[in-house]
Design a protein around this ligand. Structure first.
Ligand code: FEO
Length: 400
């Protein structure tokens, strides 16, 4: 470390990010049990270039780091890879301190600069593959539209063979002192990276795959994303993980997710999960949707080849927490998995009907495993047999 919160990445390249352990929910939606890092990189040289900024509440500390690295010099350029305010939130204060600084982005970035921050001047427009010489460094820009915003892009410093990938290859979790991948807790990094991928990028897996194909052609020594660790020991490893997730590749296992008011639906879910295990299925995970972290439930649904949903009816609709989960699943365009359904009601079914409609809307994206179960009030012997039959059929299907 060369100064408080400053880490040298390469000759004249410095990590000057911020660790956020205060925000409870990323984007107001996704839990942050281990916090999150906003990475920013300052490249000193003939021209001083900053790659992305940090979320506004951290701007005070951030600008002190920039001043410390520049040592009286000025900031010439900011590459704006992405306009979401966790990365663009400090542009305003930077323009006050360095009024001549130029912002580099694409045409969509320019539009968002105006709409978010009222910035319309000193903007340099770049295009896919066009090199840009900034003093002693040459940059190439790879557009990554809809990963996960339309203006998203990655910047490649061809002189140092470093890819500044922004959200691509990002991870939840503050970097606990381990700025580099070889210093970090690998298990936590990988699980937090997958949770980030599925919840933030997952809907745009096809676009992520295209972006990955583009950056894979570059000669990369180090990947510097805007969240999570800097990948210097084996950058190709993180690319392989992305490729696997983008294909929605599943592993054997079943996520059993239930929503209950008085425990009867839980009994059905327990019967199904026990039978799955008896039939030799490994990797069964059972979630009470009311008490579970939805971002983790979504990851396990993404990861596993089977899903069983069990839910009660509430006010003639699907139990609300389960309805919310289905909206998330649809939003993420998950496909190619086996699914079993178990609905409960006492006097007017809506649960099974709504969950069935969810499958129909996927137009073949989900493969239904019979029987669809509808239970009235409490589990009877015949209902238990139906749950066991569904679990047996699910086990056979996912082991095919
Ligand atoms: Fe890390 Fe899409 O912002």
């Amino acid at each position: 470390m060369i100064g408080k919160g400053i880490v040298q990445i390469a000759d004249s390249i410095f990590w000057i990010g911020e660790q956020d352990r205060e925000t409870d929910k990323f984007e107001g939606l996704w839990s942050l049990p281990y916090g999150v890092a906003y990475n920013s990189y300052l490249l000193k040289g003939e021209k001083n270039v900053l790659v992305d900024t940090v979320k506004c509440p951290f701007a005070g500390d951030f600008v002190n780091k920039i001043a410390a690295v520049l040592g009286g010099g000025t900031l010439d350029y900011v590459i704006v890879n992405h306009m979401e305010p966790d990365h663009s939130g400090s542009l305003g204060i930077l323009r006050e301190i360095y009024p001549c600084v130029k912002l580099i982005g694409n045409t969509k970035t320019a539009e968002m600069l105006r709409n978010f921050w009222g910035i319309g001047e000193n903007v340099v427009i770049v295009r896919e593959g066009e090199p840009l010489d900034l003093g002693s460094r040459k940059f190439i820009f790879a557009m990554a539209p809809m990963v996960h915003w339309p203006e998203s892009m990655a910047s490649y410093d061809a002189s140092d063979k470093i890819l500044f990938s922004n959200d691509i290859f990002g991870a939840f979790g503050a970097t606990e002192g381990g700025i580099f991948d070889d210093e970090a807790d690998t298990d936590m990094t990988e699980s937090e990276m997958m949770r980030y991928y599925v919840n933030i990028v997952g809907r745009f897996a096809a676009q992520a795959s295209k972006a990955l194909a583009v950056v894979s052609t570059l000669d990369i020594d180090v990947i510097c994303p805007s969240h999570g660790p800097v990948w210097r020991s084996d950058p190709r490893r993180v690319m392989r993980l992305y490729e696997k997730w983008s294909r929605q590749e599943t592993e054997e296992g079943v996520a059993v997710v239930y929503g209950t008011m008085y425990g009867n639906t839980k009994s059905a879910a327990d019967t199904i999960s026990r039978t799955l295990s008896e039939r030799g299925v490994r990797g069964v995970r059972v979630y009470d949707i009311v008490r579970s972290d939805v971002s983790q439930v979504i990851v396990d649904i993404w990861r596993k080849s089977g899903l069983v949903l069990a839910a009660c009816t509430y006010n003639m609709e699907l139990f609300p927490p389960m309805a919310e989960l289905l909206r998330h699943i649809e939003n993420k365009n998950m496909r190619g998995r086996k699914i079993g359904l178990c609905g409960m009601h006492s006097w007017a079914d809506a649960s099974l009907r709504c969950m069935s409609e969810f499958i129909e809307r996927s137009r073949g994206g989900w493969s239904l495993v019979e029987p669809k179960i509808l239970i009235k009030s409490g589990l009877k012997e015949a209902d238990i047999e139906q749950c066991e039959l569904l679990a047996s059929n699910m086990a056979s299907e996912i082991k095919k």
